[in-house]
Write a protein that binds this ligand. Structure first.
Ligand SMILES: C[S@@+](CC[C@H](N)C(=O)[O-])C[C@H]1O[C@@H](n2cnc3c(N)ncnc32)[C@H](O)[C@@H]1O
Ligand code: SF4
Ligand code: SF4
Ligand code: SF4
Length: 442
């Protein structure tokens, strides 16, 4: 039996007998030693309150300033993915300027000690000159900033690769599978295709790919069948990480209804990957979606931007879009995410769009048609608001695919925790770089 907190990701696993004993003790008999030790464990797990207050680490605290900045350098791209959520004919012509970036980051440099800067687009490497200017301008602060770029991988040159190495970039490569069939929605007018470009990179700069690159795949009807082999192929090459995102019907992809996986099909994608982990076939490759959710089990408030409620759009995440506007997330272009107090980045409760994320979270918890009665609300948090809007047109909903994934994966973790062996937990401890015992003690 699993006991779960609803305002944090606190939990504990008990036998039915233990649960019965606990129910008898609660709420008033804590006089004996055994009962008070139990109470202490429940308190540490965020499962009981003291004088009406929960454990301090289980209370949601917004980051005072953004910690993850995403810079859209351009709305343009050299390829035409059929599903591209970011495509819009007006935005396609929009170009970011150094002045707007500097004005935004200057504010943050004064206030926030450490933060990440992700270069994004459109295709960010079409604006490598601007990217270089930004990074060189930030060079004096490099020890405080982690750089990353998300790219289709078709625009690398030796100069760009050397530059990314020099500034210790994390590089996200978008690719949906190991063959052209799986990548059919990533459309290209001219060769090389994204797959060919990335394969060349793997041949010419293998260590760059192994040490610096993680892959991001969009799961659709076209790509899903090949994802397990793709993961194995990446692992064989020595790639460190793969993230999977499920297709949203927005932007250029709004008509691709036949490509969207059903909740059951999406769960099957996870089931197959989890099966590969359990069989030991996937070990060195970090499947970020699975590890991100497992991380929730070892902390009362996850720092992952997305696998928590309220999510990063409530405080940590800041997007500067290609048209110079600020947003709380870029996954869908919707007024819901526009930041109106444009120069003040401090999270003091004045930002309408940040408050909307907090309010949605509370609404889901108290009144959400499915979440209000769902025992998984603590670790799950109601899932991505951008995906809820993309699916239903309103934030007071949940995306059925993300909900089904939570409903599948958390019980899977808890069941494994209560049994033996524990291959998923071993996999987690390997990627957390902590001994198995420590993961359990944490
Ligand atoms: C918009 S692109 C921008 C960066 C770069 N052009 C690239 O492709 O990596 C960022 C990521 O969003 C993914 N993406 C695009 N449209 C999507 C959609 N409709 N649903 C889910 N992911 C999508 C892309 O595959 C890519 O991995
Ligand atoms: S997903 Fe990336 S590569 Fe594909 S069209 Fe959109 S911006 Fe370009
Ligand atoms: S999104 Fe689904 S799994 Fe998550 S809390 Fe709501 S109902 Fe439960
Ligand atoms: S809205 Fe979705 S994608 Fe954006 S930060 Fe929140 S969970 Fe992540």
């Amino acid at each position: 039996m699993v006991v779960l907190a609803d305002r944090s990701s606190g939990w504990c696993v008990l036998t039915t007998e233990e649960y019965k004993q606990l129910s008898q003790w609660l709420p008033d008999d804590f006089s004996n030693h055994e009962a008070s030790a139990t109470l202490e464990h429940l308190w540490e797990a965020g499962l009981v309150t003291q004088d009406g207050l929960p454990h301090p680490s289980s209370i949601y605290r917004p980051a005072p300033y953004p910690t993850a900045v995403l810079l859209k350098l351009t709305g343009a791209c050299n390829i035409e993915c059929e599903y591209c959520y970011d495509y819009d004919s007006k935005r396609f012509k929009a170009q970011q300027t150094l002045e707007v970036i500097q004005k935004t980051l200057e504010n943050l440099l004064d206030k926030q000690e450490r933060f990440s800067v992700a270069f994004h687009g459109g295709e960010p490497l079409l604006k490598f000159g601007l990217m270089k200017q930004v990074v060189e301008w930030l060079e004096p602060f490099h020890s405080r900033i982690g750089f990353s770029v998300q790219t289709n991988g078709t625009k690398f040159t030796q100069d760009i690769l050397d530059f990314l190495e020099k500034y210790e970039f994390s590089v996200g490569l978008s690719l949906d599978g190991l063959d052209e069939k799986s990548n059919a929605l990533r459309k290209m007018r001219h060769r090389p295709t994204p797959l060919q470009a990335i394969e060349s990179l793997m041949i010419e700069r293998p260590d760059f790919v192994r040490e610096r690159c993680g892959f991001l795949a969009v799961a659709s009807k076209t790509s899903a069948p090949g994802l397990p082999d793709f993961a194995l192929w990446l692992q064989d090459f020595g790639v460190k990480g793969l993230s999977i995102t499920f297709l949203d019907l927005i932007g250029r992809g709004q008509h691709l209804i036949d490509e969207r996986l059903s909740p059951d099909e999406a769960v099957n994608v996870y089931r197959n990957l989890i099966d590969l982990i359990r069989r030991g076939a996937i070990h060195e490759l970090a499947l970020r979606n699975i590890l991100g959710r497992m991380h929730n089990l070892f902390t009362l408030q996850s720092r992952d931007l997305c696998y928590r409620g309220p999510c990063g759009a409530a405080s940590d995440f800041l997007v500067l879009d290609a048209e110079g506007a600020k947003r709380t997330c870029d996954c869908i272009y919707h007024p819901y995410f526009e930041l109106d107090l444009t120069d003040n980045l401090e999270n003091t409760g004045q930002h309408r769009s940040r408050n909307a994320i907090l309010e949605r979270h509370e609404w889901l918890r108290e009144k959400g048609p499915t979440c209000a009665t769902c025992p998984l609300f603590g670790p799950c948090g109601g899932t991505c608001v951008a995906k809820a809007i993309a699916q239903h047109g309103s934030a007071r909903n949940v995306d059925p695919v993300e909900c089904a994934l939570s409903q599948y994966i958390y019980p899977e973790f808890f069941q494994e925790f209560a049994s033996s062996p524990k291959p998923l937990f071993k996999y987690y401890s390997f990627h957390e770089d902590k001994p198995f015992e420590f993961v359990f003690a944490a």
